[in-house]
Design a protein around this ligand. Structure first.
Ligand code: FPP
Length: 251
C-alpha cells in the first residue's frame, strides 16, 4: 500500500458531501492551437499536454475524485498526418514506460480502454505491464482512452449480445440496460458525472456516448496544455452548482 493513502478517504467523504463528482472524464483538446500560438511544432503542444495530464491527476487525487478518464487518442485520430500519429504514439509509449512507477507510488490504478493493439506490440506490452503493476491501487482510477471510439464500443457490445443470443445464451426479451452496459469496455466503472472538454469546442467527438447519458457537460475555453489545478477545481465548483435531475422532476 503506498504512503499517504489515508487522507484520500477524508477527501472522498468530503467530496460526496459537497456534491463533488465521483467520475470526471476529459476531452483534452487544444494542444495544436497552443503550439501554433507559440510558433512551435504540434508535437510540442502534445508534450505540454502531458504536463497538464500530470497536474490533472494530482488535482483529481487531492480533491478526492475516484475516477478520471482521459481521451488521449480517438479512433478518428488515425486520420492525422503520419508524422503526428508517430509523435503521439512515441509520447504515449514514453509515458507508459517512464511514468507508471510514479503513478504506482501515488496509488493510482491505470487502465487503458480502446484498441491499444493498433499502436503495435510495444504499447500493448507497456500497457499490460502498467495495468498489472498498478492493478491493486485504490487512490485514483485513471482510465486512458487510446484509439477509442464510442460507436465502435457500442457496436462491439451489440455484436457480443447478438452472438450470445444466437447461441442461446441470453434471451433478448430479458435484456436491459445493465446487461448491455456489462458488455462495454467500461463494464465495472461508474458513469462519468462530469465531462469536460477544453479549447472551446462543444462536441463529444465519439467519447463515452453511452456512459455520458446523464453527465454534466462543461466546455471551457482553456487550451489543454494550460489546464491545471485551478481549472480542475473551477470545474468541480461548477459541477457543485448544477442541479442534477437524471430526467426526473426538480426535488
Ligand atoms: C487534442 O488536441 C489532443 C490530442 C489529440 C492528443 C492528446 C494527448 C495528450 C494530451 C498527451 C498524451 C496523453 C497521455 C494520457 C499521456 P489537438 O491536437 O486536436 O489540438 P488542436 O485542436 O488545437 O489542433
Amino acid at each position: 500500500m503506498p504512503d499517504g493513502v489515508a487522507p484520500v478517504e477524508a477527501a472522498r467523504a468530503g467530496a460526496a458531501a459537497a456534491g463533488r463528482p465521483r467520475h470526471v472524464a476529459i476531452i483534452m483538446d487544444g494542444n495544436g492551437r497552443w503550439a501554433s500560438a507559440r510558433r512551435l511544432p504540434r508535437a510540442a503542444g502534445h508534450r505540454a499536454g502531458v504536463k497538464a495530464v500530470r497536474r490533472t491527476i494530482e488535482a483529481a487525487i487531492t480533491s478526492g475524485v475516484e475516477w478520471l478518464t482521459l481521451y488521449a487518442f480517438s479512433s478518428e485520430n488515425w486520420g492525422r498526418p503520419a508524422e503526428e500519429v508517430a509523435d503521439l504514439t512515441a509520447l504515449l509509449k514514453h509515458y507508459l514506460r517512464h511514468e507508471t512507477a510514479e503513478l504506482h507510488r501515488e496509488g493510482v490504478r491505470l487502465r487503458i480502454i480502446g484498441d491499444r493493439d493498433r499502436f503495435g506490440p510495444d504499447i500493448t506490452a507497456e500497457a499490460a505491464r502498467a495495468e498489472r503493476l498498478t492493478g491493486a491501487n485504490t487512490r485514483l482510477n485513471l482510465v486512458v482512452a487510446l484509439s477509442y471510439g464510442a460507436r465502435a464500443e457500442i457496436l462491439a457490445a451489440a455484436r457480443r449480445l447478438a452472438a450470445e443470443a444466437a447461441a442461446g445464451g441470453v434471451d433478448p426479451a430479458s435484456l436491459g440496460e445493465a446487461e448491455f452496459a456489462a458488455r462495454l469496455t467500461t463494464a465495472d466503472m461508474p458513469d462519468p458525472d462530469l465531462l469536460i472538454r477544453t479549447s472551446g469546442e462543444r462536441r463529444l467527438s465519439n467519447f463515452l456516448l453511452w456512459q455520458s447519458a446523464y453527465a454534466e457537460l462543461l466546455f471551457v475555453d482553456t487550451l489543454w496544455p494550460d489546464f491545471g489545478t485551478a481549472e480542475f477545481e473551477a470545474a468541480l465548483a461548477e459541477f457543485g452548482r448544477r442541479e442534477r435531475r437524471f430526467g426526473g422532476r426538480p426535488g
